[in-house]
Ligand binder design. Structure first.
Ligand SMILES: [Zn+2]
Length: 138
């Protein structure tokens, strides 16, 4: 399972997983030692706290995949920065997004040749929970 997670980002580690009904829940954490403040670009290695953030990823073995990351909140020590803390961000997961970039790309790829309703139906049958409006937005 760690290899699946490393395909998403080499600086992630697999912690544990559970399979409940048609969904695989994978718990992960970031192993990045320094995290860049998105507001000022200053690097920080001081963790303030962690919180759980969950999002959907590509299906595995016809099961939906929900990833739960122990997302870190870091201190920004740059005295010129307007923010004292910030959440770690990832280039494969848009800010506040509930889906990975690679899953969004797959939804777009499948949707290009059919209507959003047909795409949503097809994706749901193929173990990605997605609605028509999400397909349209993407
Ligand atoms: Zn900063």
């Amino acid at each position: 399972m760690d290899e699946f997670i490393k395909l998403l980002d080499n600086e992630l580690k697999y912690l544990t997983h559970q399979i409940i009904d048609d969904t695989v829940y994978i718990h992960i954490a970031s192993t990045r030692e320094e995290v860049k403040c998105p507001f000022c670009g200053h690097m920080s290695s001081q963790t303030h706290s962690t919180y759980e953030r969950s999002f959907q990823d590509l299906p595995i073995q016809e099961k939906k995949v929900k990833i739960i990351i122990n997302n870190r909140k870091m201190f920004c020590n740059n005295t010129n920065c307007d923010h004292t803390t910030f959440a770690e961000r990832f280039n494969w997961l848009a800010h506040k997004s509930k889906k990975t970039q690679r899953l969004e790309d797959e939804i777009v790829r499948l949707s290009l040749n059919c209507s959003s309703i047909a795409a949503a139906r097809f994706l749901s049958e193929n173990t990605v929970a997605v609605g028509k409006s999400t397909v349209c937005n993407l």
